[in-house]
Design a protein around this ligand. Structure first.
Ligand code: UD1
Length: 389
């Protein structure tokens, strides 16, 4: 059997790493029919800190083919990926294309494969935010509609697919593959120090010297961890500015704020004239995008996390970090407090963020583990593909 799996953007890498390892262990089984595997990187994320660093840290083999698509509008990214990926499929003729998550690579490669009558397997199928203004929701809907095998991370996703009329025999409940990566890397992350993470990734010289002097005070108080990159939060000044003011004027009265910053967000902050004030705020520690283990360690140690990332919502659930999700909806309801998780939706309205921030500071770390988020999902994915009829 020949499988091509696809990655494009940062959140794909932690999902594909355990899948590739599971194929290797499956192939070690003498009696199994061997799987030939090729990895395609669409090139949507290309900076070393957004891509190469994850391949290295998670021991992902170099991509067999890089489509070099890069940045652009959605139509440009999807269109260029389809044109380049079609050539790969014509040449390689795999039995399966495996896509993960909900980025533009997921959509583009599943459409291209189905047009060539190649079977598609979607890992992380069935997530629905119900928000059609999110590009990722469109990617999820189209990919799931086309997929032959839909591997779901939780039972709510299964219900979503059944409501849309997907037959049971196309769906397999495998658990959350990102948690395989978390469990495999937890002990390595634990050994890192916050001080080294900061000094190795800090964006401003102000903070490198600050930390040498004040590090003990900083660790005592702990810190808030922030990530923010969704277009709905960062692309409009009238939305972004009040959030930044709340974070840099109010949250910093309680503790430091550590913020590994996404290139999209940094570009917008500069464009909106908000960057220089942040750089000179002693309590806001701006970092370059950090590696997988560094982010895991920051999440393990944070007093509170504020994020609009889906993956961080899931990791915070398993690590128990009290989490404010800077969105009005989520395709990952299993991570919410009403389902036993660590997160609460706060949108991007400062009144609401402030109120939930104050409530959340009273909470303590409380790890939760949804069903089958057990670190063994990847092998279940491989087995589901092999068994598919
Ligand atoms: C993409 C995904 C999003 C995911 C996010 C994780 C889609 C539709 N969106 O959003 O679901 O949560 O990745 O990071 O696929 N840039 C760089 N270097 C890079 C990559 C991007 O500087 O290596 C800058 C460019 O200015 C680019 C901008 O970031 O235009 C946005 O990148 P893009 O890949 O279009 O979308 P993300 O916001 O990263």
């Amino acid at each position: 059997m020949k499988i091509i799996s696809v990655v494009g953007a940062r959140p794909n890498f932690m999902k594909i790493a355990p899948f590739i390892k599971a194929i290797e262990s499956y192939n070690n089984n003498e009696s199994a029919e061997k799987i030939t595997h090729l990895l395609v990187h669409t090139g949507q994320h290309y900076d070393d800190r957004m891509s190469k660093a994850f391949f290295k840290a998670l021991h992902i083999p170099n991509a067999d083919i890089n489509l070099g698509v890069g940045s652009g509008s959605h139509a440009e990214q999807v269109g260029n990926t389809m044109i380049a990926f079609e050539k790969v499929l014509e040449k390689e003729r795999p039995d399966w294309v495996v896509v993960v998550g909900d980025v533009n690579a997921t959509l583009a490669c599943s459409v291209t494969a189905k047009k060539l009558n190649i079977k598609v397997c979607h890992i992380e199928a069935g997530l629905r935010s119900g928000d059609m203004t999110m590009p990722e929701e469109i990617n999820r809907l189209v990919t799931d509609r086309l997929s032959d095998l839909l591997l779901i991370p939780d039972s709510i996703s299964g219900e979503n697919l059944k409501t849309e009329g997907v037959p049971d025999n196309k769906i397999a409940f495998v658990g959350n593959i990102m948690i395989d990566t978390l469990e495999a890397n937890r002990s390595k992350a634990e050994k890192l120090t916050i001080e080294n993470i900061i000094t190795g990734n800090v964006l401003s010289t102000l903070h490198s010297s600050f930390f040498t002097i004040h590090y003990s005070l900083f660790t005592q108080q702990r810190f808030a961890l922030l990530t923010m990159h969704r277009p709905s939060n960062v692309d409009k000044k009238e939305v972004l500015q009040p959030i930044i003011e709340f974070l840099s004027n109010e949250v910093t009265k309680d503790m430091h704020l550590i913020w590994p910053i996404h290139p999209r967000t940094q570009n917008r902050l500069r464009e909106f004239g908000l960057w220089d004030n942040l750089l000179t705020n002693e309590k806001v520690i701006l970092l370059h995008p950090v590696g997988y283990h560094e982010m895991l360690k920051l999440n393990m140690e944070a007093r509170i996390i504020l994020t609009d990332s889906g993956g961080l919502q899931e990791e915070s659930c398993v690590l128990g970090t009290p989490c404010l999700t800077l969105r009005w909806n989520t395709e990952r309801p299993v991570t919410l407090r009403e389902h036993g998780g660590a997160s609460v939706l706060v949108g991007n309205n400062v009144e609401r963020i402030r109120k939930e921030y104050q409530n959340t500071l009273k909470l303590t770390r409380s790890p939760q583990r949804p069903e089958l988020w057990d670190g063994k999902t990847a092998m279940r994915c491989v087995e589901a593909i092999v068994k598919y009829k």
